[in-house]
Design a protein around this ligand. Structure first.
Ligand code: GLY
Length: 341
């Protein structure tokens, strides 16, 4: 059943003529037909078999199913999809509808950015990670063997649907991963997210991200704060071998960033405790996996982070909120690692 307006939240990502709405709430996928772009005649629905949710765009629609998992984010899949769209006669007046998690919204968004030099797309985000992060803000792209997200484009969707009913069927690890990104938003503004119910909290995270993206669409500055907790998280993920999902690694990274910030006198121990409290409140780890016992290895991986243009950049909390900081002494980095073991 469609939710009433009082149950759903609509957040606008304000980007002048590329502004769009994000609909958050239980059952909002029923709104899909009403958010289709004017003049769209056909919809190419891009999804994965494992997603388990179908949609009705209200248009003549064709479903294209891509490989399950992260393997779908490849240039060969982009070529395969573009050729299939072409063979099926899709044009710039049609619309792509991405249905799935971040893998699908990243891939389908990138196909939308490049097919016929750009067509409109709508994302129906079915995982918590996609709802609070990947589907919002127009970062699209695929992986190369050399690294994740190395080929992509900023291409904003026409609308985003975050139906919180879809979270009821998410595997628990997948939900935990999204909660790691959600935990991040507790520290980006002064807003008390603890006081909110799940749908309100997701809408609040979307609003915080929307405001950051509206202020800095192409990550010239402020958008980097969305990478709070990610310097260590990316190092953990790049190191591999450890069974941590992205958001779980972000959770450890948030506590690490707080420990670093405290050692630089930017925040006090109470604020560090707040980080630990929020992370453990989601049942997430605030400690490094025991196998990750080589500090030299982690410090080397910090230097390979995408933000490391002028040396390793950490996003660190302060009275003003998190901000990028370069030049964190190696002794501080090592002491903070000891504090999360
Ligand atoms: N996921 C970080 C960003 O969208 O900028």
């Amino acid at each position: 059943m469609a939710p009433s307006d009082s149950q759903a939240h609509v957040v606008t990502v304000a980007l002048a003529d590329r502004s769009y709405d994000v609909h958050v709430g239980a059952g909002v996928r029923s709104r899909l037909g009403s958010v289709m772009p004017d003049g769209a005649r056909r919809a190419a629905v891009i999804t994965q078999a494992g997603v388990g949710w179908t949609v009705d765009s209200g248009l003549d629609q064709t479903v294209f199913t891509v490989a399950d998992g992260e393997e779908a984010k490849s240039l060969s899949e982009v070529e395969r999809l573009c050729r299939a769209l072409s063979q099926a006669g899709f044009t710039r007046s049609d619309v792509i509808v991405a249905v799935g998690g971040g893998v699908v919204t990243d891939l389908a968004g990138f196909v939308a950015a490049v097919y016929h030099r750009g067509i409109r797309y709508v994302s129906v985000a079915t995982t918590l990670l996609a709802q609070v992060d990947a589907a919002i803000g127009g970062k699209t792209g695929v992986n190369l063997p050399e690294g994740k997200n190395l080929v992509g484009a900023f291409w904003q969707p026409h609308a985003v649907i975050c139906d919180t009913e879809t979270l009821s069927t998410l595997p628990s690890r997948e939900l935990r991963s999204g909660q790691g990104e959600l935990a991040k938003y507790h520290f980006l503004t002064g807003e008390d997210l603890d006081a909110l119910d799940t749908d309100e909290r997701i809408a609040a995270a979307v609003r915080i991200k929307a405001d950051v993206v509206a202020a800095d669409e192409r990550e010239g500055g402020r958008r980097a704060i969305l990478n709070y907790g990610h310097t260590l998280a990316h190092a953990i993920e790049t190191a591999g071998r450890y069974d941590l999902r992205h958001g779980e690694a972000v959770a450890v990274g948030l506590v690490y960033a707080a420990e670093v910030a405290m050692r630089l006198g930017r925040i006090d121990s109470e604020r560090v405790a707040a980080h630990r409290r929020v992370v453990s409140g989601y049942g997430l780890p605030g400690r490094l996996p025991t196998e990750l016992d080589d500090d030299d290895d982690l410090l080397a991986l910090f230097g390979r982070d995408k933000k490391a243009v002028d040396g390793v950049t950490f996003i660190l909390d302060s009275d003003r909120g998190p901000e990028p900081v370069v030049g964190v002494p190696e002794t501080v980095q090592r002491e903070a690692l000891a504090a999360i073991r």
